[in-house]
Design a protein around this ligand. Structure first.
Ligand code: ZN
Length: 174
């Protein structure tokens, strides 16, 4: 049975570490971690998660955009697990959008991100893949990829005026 993991909260040092590569994506411990991460996303109404957020300083993220109470307009996609992801290219076009983070509950920030990105990664079967994300999933990817390098969305705020409480965010967007 997958375990819903505790989420590391902003201020915990694990969120500021550079995560380490996973030597063998087919390791059973990685499969278990993947199942736990999926269960944790679903439980927390997340649209993505990075392994360091559950105190595992490993280069692994899941992008799982779907409409939920936290992101009612998120597009639906099959959850994708990316092991040892690398950013291949970014579009010149940048778009600002609202982001939250399971590690920073109750807050939203208006964050500029590249509209499209290309990445390569390994699957749970250890196969090499390339993927292109555009729009909201591209935003989620850039957010989760940042987690692997010890960055949080607040680091990318252009102004603290773009940081809102969840309550104010809901009031503005209703
Ligand atoms: Zn986050």
């Amino acid at each position: 049975m997958p375990v819903i993991r505790q989420i590391a909260q902003m201020g915990h040092p694990v969120l500021r570490q550079i995560s380490v590569s996973i030597p063998d994506p087919t390791d059973s411990a990685i499969r278990v971690l993947n199942e736990d991460l999926l269960a944790t996303i679903r439980y927390s109404h997340g649209v993505g998660i990075a392994a360091p957020q559950v105190f595992e300083s490993l280069r692994m993220v899941i992008i799982a955009s779907r409409p939920n109470p936290r992101y009612p307009h998120a597009p639906e996609m099959d959850p994708t697990t990316l092991i040892n992801p690398e950013l291949l290219w970014t579009s010149e076009e940048v778009e600002s959008g609202w982001e939250g983070c399971l590690s920073i509950p109750g807050m939203r920030g208006l964050i500029p991100r590249h509209l499209s990105v290309g990445a390569c990664f390994q699957t749970l079967a250890g196969e090499k893949r390339e993927v292109e994300f555009t729009g909201f999933p591209a935003r989620v990817f850039q957010h989760e990829f940042d987690h692997l390098n010890g960055l949080l969305f607040i680091d990318r705020l252009e102004s603290l005026h773009n940081l809102l409480t969840e309550q104010e965010f809901v009031r503005r967007t209703e």
